[in-house]
Design a protein around this ligand. Structure first.
Ligand code: ADP
Length: 348
């Protein structure tokens, strides 16, 4: 019975063994088996298989490392693009440029396209800003004239009926609100284009707060209380703009709270920070809308805002505070009240 060649391991040695029948002239005369010792060849073969698998593993590891390094090196500029685009704001759209020296050509092309897009965005933002500024300017003059006429007609009210007086008063109020909105828009446009100049000078906040609260108390029958530390707190800022900021916050506190509820202006120093808080016990602002009240034209609840207002006051306040190196935040609870906090570094 023929046996195909097979390798057998006997003790520590390897043999190749095969056998076949032996026939001479068609006559079966026996069986021939051959065994050959291949221990040396087999050991060499196994050593070769082992070393080539180690070598292939090493080659695979080196190639994978090289690919990972190449991919991370190619993606580095993209990470840079994402970091840069994260910090680009409306004000520096025109100046923002992405530039890569050692990047693949595809990434350089992407950066170029991004730069062109930033340029187009900057141009259209500039056009929009210019348009708002022109419109506000063009509308303010005729509206001021209309408002003047309405006021002079209202002064001669003895010739008018009750209904006419009511209509004229509504028209005059709406004209006044619109003029205020146009002035706010002009101020924001000036701030956006960097035309607001802050006359920064050291001033004692305690005096400024006392003066503003005095002014506010004269114009409204709501009592505003000051809670301030005795030691004077000195801060470097523009006196007029700071007045505008506090008057705006006090005006809001009066508008968005019921008559008879207290309004407090707190002033304190914490380390190197001067902290001013305008606190009311009014309607409050829902948590999810608190970060949005500083956006342009954002108003929390139209029904509550019938008192008048444009939704621009707080965005002007924020622009002015940040323009003078401070920051403003709000903490509020619905139906309990709000605290608008303005912080400036103390002048030393
Ligand atoms: P407005 O001209 O409407 O007062 P602002 O920019 O000053 O515009 O305020 C934006 C919105 O934030 C207001 O419409 C109001 O809903 C809300 N808000 C501002 N201040 C207060 C406050 N002290 N209490 C409750 N809500 C406020």
């Amino acid at each position: 019975m023929p046996v195909a060649p097979q390798v057998h391991k006997i003790d520590q040695n390897y043999f190749i063994l095969c056998s076949n029948t032996l026939e001479i002239k068609g006559k079966l005369i026996g069986e021939l088996s051959v065994a050959h010792d291949i221990t040396r060849e087999q050991t060499m073969f196994m050593a070769m298989v082992q070393s080539s698998s180690v070598a292939s593993l090493l080659v695979i590891m080196i190639i994978s490392g090289a690919i990972a390094f190449y991919i991370s090196r190619s993606l580095r500029p993209l990470r840079q693009v994402s970091r840069m685009t994260e910090v680009i704001s409306v004000s520096d759209l025109g100046k923002a440029q992405l530039y890569f020296q050692n990047a693949p050509s595809e990434v350089k092309e992407l950066a170029q396209t991004c730069n062109q897009m930033l340029m187009r965005l900057s141009e259209s933002w500039e056009k929009e800003r210019q348009f708002v500024s022109n419109i506000s300017h063009e509308l303010r003059t005729p509206l001021t004239i209309v408002h003047g006429y309405l006021q002079s007609v209202l002064r001669r009210r003895q010739n008018l009926t009750e209904t006419q007086i009511e209509g004229l008063e509504t028209a005059a109020l709406e004209a006044e609100n619109t003029i205020q909105m146009l002035e706010d828009l002009l101020e924001l446009a000036r701030a956006d284009s960097g035309y607001l100049h802050y006359k920064m000078q050291p001033c004692v906040l305690n005096d400024l707060v006392a003066e503003i609260v005095g002014m506010a108390n004269q114009h409204s029958d709501r009592q505003i209380v000051i809670q301030a530390e005795a030691n004077p707190i000195e801060v470097k800022l523009d006196y007029q703009y700071m007045k505008q900021i506090l008057l705006n916050l006090i005006d809001n506190a009066v508008k968005y709270s019921d008559d008879g509820t207290p309004i407090t202006l707190k002033l304190k120093q914490q380390g190197t920070q001067a902290i001013m808080q305008v606190c009311d016990r009014g309607y409050g602002i829902p948590l999810q809308q608190q970060s949005r009240v500083f956006e342009r034209f954002y108003r929390v609840d139209e029904a509550r805002n019938r008192a008048g207002g444009t939704g621009l006051g707080l965005s002007i306040v924020k622009t002015l505070v940040e323009g003078m190196g401070g920051n403003i935040t709000v903490r509020s609870k619905l139906e309990e009240g709000s605290v608008f906090q303005v912080v400036f570094p103390v002048f030393s």
